[in-house]
Design a protein around this ligand. Structure first.
Ligand SMILES: Cc1cc2nc3c(=O)[nH]c(=O)nc-3n(C[C@H](O)[C@H](O)[C@H](O)COP(=O)(O)O)c2cc1C
Length: 405
């Protein structure tokens, strides 16, 4: 399918390879608009790029003929591919700097962004660049890994721009992902619930909401309509996502039960409190020298109640935060709750799960098959989870049509 691709070219010796890339992408039917950094213009045969693409090569943010070019370019394209991406440009993207046309439009865009780094091995392996790569991965930027081979310096090593064929395939994968999810309605719950004890105190948990927000963002980036029902978190809602706030498990149950029938896929990622106070106090209790006994009662099992509402074609994904990942127990749990997939993480492991930026998930399916994802930033994991859903869920030929309440 032909798309509008914004090809960012930066100041790497590999910039000349953009011409071969343009040729391949044009063969695939894509419309290519080149935006080059000032330093890239020293390497890029501009006239040839203009002839190959049929468009002028843009570089100047302050072009008097179009005062908001960065906004137009960012919004008109279906994908941004920065190839080659210099060390400097990766650092700028990671920091969110916007001091030229390409970096500014990268900030202004909401479409998928791919980067294909090209540089000397020592530059690529420098801890600064490794940090920037991680940050970009967390934000959902897709890196097309450089290859080992002869470098411009004459040495052999890691840092050579990926082949034009590999870049073309990575772009096709990203764009097709977006296509399949277009119009699919996804409901995601995220974050903790707070159960009031009195007007100032509550029972909460350590969930940061990061996994659910990452899933919501990944679905939106693939073109889905996403409703995110979130408990109290400090996170910013991902772009293009409809956000509903809840506080208690009861609020969450009401919101999810109401919204679920109008969605195709549901990720129940919220960390729902199992218990609430039987009778929350209407006034703040003051210290009086005595101990205080609270009576808790169980909250409803939201995942199980959603599975009771499930109609053919809907796909329900549950989460399990466990201190011991016993495959048989997890499979029993999945079947008992009637979910189509269970994503379990081991909360006893330091550095993953609640509040951390990384997680490691065991994906269990009703047929008993399971997959260990390995430890990744939550944004990377979200994409892996969506890839797993794609393998087992039959996407409707016509997207669900209903209205979100
Ligand atoms: C001959 C030459 C080749 C270069 N090749 C690379 C390269 O392959 N990768 C890279 O990250 N920087 C390379 N640089 C350094 C960048 O051009 C420099 O960091 C510049 O500031 C990048 O600017 P930009 O990111 O705005 O395009 C090269 C510099 C020169 C002079």
């Amino acid at each position: 399918m032909s798309k509008r691709i914004l090809l960012g070219v930066t100041g790497s010796i590999a910039a000349y390879k953009s011409l071969e890339l343009i040729r391949l992408l044009r063969q695939d039917g894509h419309d290519i608009q080149v935006v080059a950094t000032k330093n890239a213009l020293r390497f890029l045969p501009t006239l040839t790029a203009e002839v190959f693409t049929g468009h002028p090569v843009y570089s100047d943010l302050f072009d008097p003929s179009c005062s908001v070019r960065h906004i137009d370019l960012a919004q008109e394209c279906d994908g941004i591919l920065v190839a080659p991406a210099s060390a400097n440009f990766l650092a700028k993207m990671s920091l969110g700097l916007a001091d030229d046309l390409l970096s500014t439009l990268c900030l202004a865009s909401t479409c998928p962004v791919l980067v294909a780094p090209a540089m000397e091995e020592h530059m690529y392996l420098h801890p600064a660049i490794q940090e920037h790569r991680k940050i970009l991965a967390v934000r959902g930027v897709y890196e097309i890994l450089p290859e080992n081979g002869p470098l411009a310096s004459g040495k052999e090593g890691l840092g050579r721009l990926a082949s034009a064929e590999a870049i073309r395939n990575a772009l096709a994968t990203c764009l097709s992902r977006t296509g399949r999810w277009a119009g699919i309605r996804v409901l995601v719950s995220a974050g903790p619930t707070f159960e009031p004890i009195d007007p100032v105190r509550f029972i909460g948990n350590r969930s940061s909401g990061k996994m659910g927000y990452a899933l919501a963002e990944a679905c939106a980036q693939r073109g889905a309509h996403v409703t995110l029902v979130s408990g109290p978190t400090s996170l910013h809602p991902p772009p293009g996502v409809e956000l509903k706030h809840i506080v208690t498990a009861e609020d969450l149950a009401i919101s999810m039960n109401r919204a679920f029938p109008e969605h195709d896929i549901c990720f129940m990622a919220a960390a729902v409190s199992d218990y609430r106070l039987d009778r929350p106090h209407s006034k703040k209790r003051k210290k009086d020298g005595n101990s205080w006994t609270l009576t808790l009662e169980e909250n409803a099992d939201i995942l199980a109640s959603l599975s009771g509402l499930k109609t053919p074609g809907q796909f329900l994904v549950g989460f399990a935060a466990e201190s011991d990942l016993d495959h048989k127990k997890l499979l029993d749990k999945l079947r008992k709750k009637g979910a189509d997939m269970l994503l379990a993480n081991d909360i006893s492991q330091p550095g993953i799960g609640f509040s951390s930026d990384e997680n490691e998930i065991t994906v269990i399916r009703p047929d008993g098959s399971c997959l260990l994802t390995g430890k990744h930033p939550k944004k990377v994991l979200a994409d892996k989870i969506l890839d797993e859903v794609e393998k087992v869920w039959r996407f409707p030929s016509r997207p669900f049509s209903g209205t979100v309440r």
